[in-house]
Design a protein. Structure first.
Length: 429
């Protein structure tokens, strides 16, 4: 079901940003890309907040039911209001390339998700998945060189702007989705705040993103410059991520919100730029595939980043748990309490935590409360390692963007044609 949902969501995301490219020339797109990112940010604010309230108030199943009316409304609006541009050119869809690309990405994501948790990094399963992914990538490259209408035209990677922008987007996605995914672990699991309040805390990141993406988009359209916004945005975002890696159990709620605001401010400046640079660097006929590639690399980076950061968190927690068990010999009940709290999801669920405390003998409650505090410290340390990894990733993105070639934003969607040979011009006249 999640795969089906992602299949539809991927088409909507890429089509929405491609439509902006169809309707507006590159010089005007900065404003609209910024507004589109703002809408994305607002949706990311209200969605998790409402979801957290639903989880705290009703059953988690209602999270999926309550959004059906919004989906129906969106469907009707797209059907009736979405712009439609007709073309006489009929092209085939590269279904074979899409299937092989999926066969490349899925094993890679499974390997990162399972490594260090379900299977050891050097296990046959993990190594086999990496080998499978590498072989599928080789087949994908071969197939795409032969395809009439490839899903990702490989010659586009000869364009340094296209390559640097997408690699930067991949790294930025790793940092962005890592912060979105694991900051709630800290707020709920370490600080002990409910899911509803965590949704409001995460709003600070997205609202700050809305502000800078809107302002940044307007400035890009006004000045025609864009590289500086990506550079400044990554610096701010990296500073916020590094501050997250320094958080402890003593971090205040306002301190956590401040770190989220920093990440959001940087994200808002960088988010619209990398799609715009890709669209501006390729011929108009490749607008759709270039935009889709930009979205793909960003989403793939997010998925890979979340998997790696999750593996780092699990490895650190596992090591800390072993050290804790070795250095703190206790009774069987204490060891059972530690084992029950080893899953960070338990610390994030007040009801499950309350059930564990209710099932424990009254004389064991002080010990159990102490174990909970110790586990919060363990989770905090593990998340610090994940956020530090995210910081290094954003530093890599910053270095990469320094090599991004800045070319003038076109004032029209027409691709500049090469000047004709003078002799040819004379003959034709």
């Amino acid at each position: 079901y999640r795969g089906l949902q992602g299949f539809g969501g991927g088409m909507i995301m890429s089509t929405a940003f491609t439509a902006i490219g169809d309707l507006f020339p590159p010089r005007e797109r900065g404003r609209w890309q910024g507004l589109m990112s703002s809408v994305f940010g607002l949706a990311s604010v209200f969605g998790p907040t409402l979801g957290g309230y639903i989880v705290d108030t009703w059953k988690w199943n209602w999270v999926f039911w309550v959004f059906l009316p919004f989906g129906i409304l969106a469907f009707v609006m797209i059907w009736k209001m979405f712009p439609n541009t007709k073309t006489n050119e009929k092209t085939s869809v590269d279904f074979v390339g899409a299937v092989i690309l999926a066969s490349t990405i899925v094993p890679l994501l499974l390997a990162f998700s399972w490594a260090g948790k379900t299977y050891a990094w050097d296990s046959i399963t993990i190594i086999g998945l990496f080998i499978w992914s590498a072989l599928a990538l080789s087949i994908f490259i071969f197939v795409e060189t032969k395809a009439k209408n490839p899903i990702i035209p490989l010659h586009l990677f000869k364009n340094s702007i296209f390559t640097v922008s997408n690699m930067g987007g991949l790294l930025m996605g790793m940092g962005m989705f890592g912060a979105i995914m694991y900051m709630p672990f800290f707020v709920q699991g370490v600080m002990g705040i409910s899911a509803t309040k965590t949704g409001f805390v995460m709003m600070s990141m997205m609202l700050s993103m809305v502000v800078t993406s809107t302002i940044g988009g307007q400035l890009i359209t006004k000045t025609g410059r864009y590289k500086i916004f990506a550079i400044v945005g990554l610096i701010i975002m990296g500073a916020g991520m590094f501050s997250m890696s320094r958080m402890t159990v003593d971090t205040t709620l306002f301190g956590a919100i401040g770190n989220l605001i920093l990440v959001g401010l940087g994200l808002g400046l960088t988010f619209p730029v990398l799609t715009l640079t890709v669209q501006n660097a390729v011929d108009y006929k490749y607008l759709g595939v270039a935009t889709s590639a930009s979205q793909f690399f960003r989403q793939a980076g997010g998925t890979i980043g979340v998997s790696i950061m999750g593996s780092i968190m699990n490895i650190i927690m596992s090591n800390k748990m072993e050290d804790l068990a070795a250095s703190t010999p206790g009774t069987a009940s204490q060891m059972e309490g530690i084992k029950a709290l080893e899953d960070p999801q338990v610390l994030m669920d007040p009801e499950q935590l309350a059930q564990i405390k209710e099932s424990a003998p009254e004389q064991a409650l002080p010990v159990l409360n102490q174990i909970v505090e110790v586990m919060r410290e363990v989770l905090s340390t593990a998340l610090s390692g994940s956020f530090l990894f995210g910081t290094f990733i954003l530093v890599g993105a910053f270095i990469l963007i320094l090599f991004l070639k800045e070319i003038p934003l076109r004032l029209t969607n027409e691709t500049e044609k090469k000047p004709k040979d003078p002799e040819t011009s004379k003959l034709s006249s």
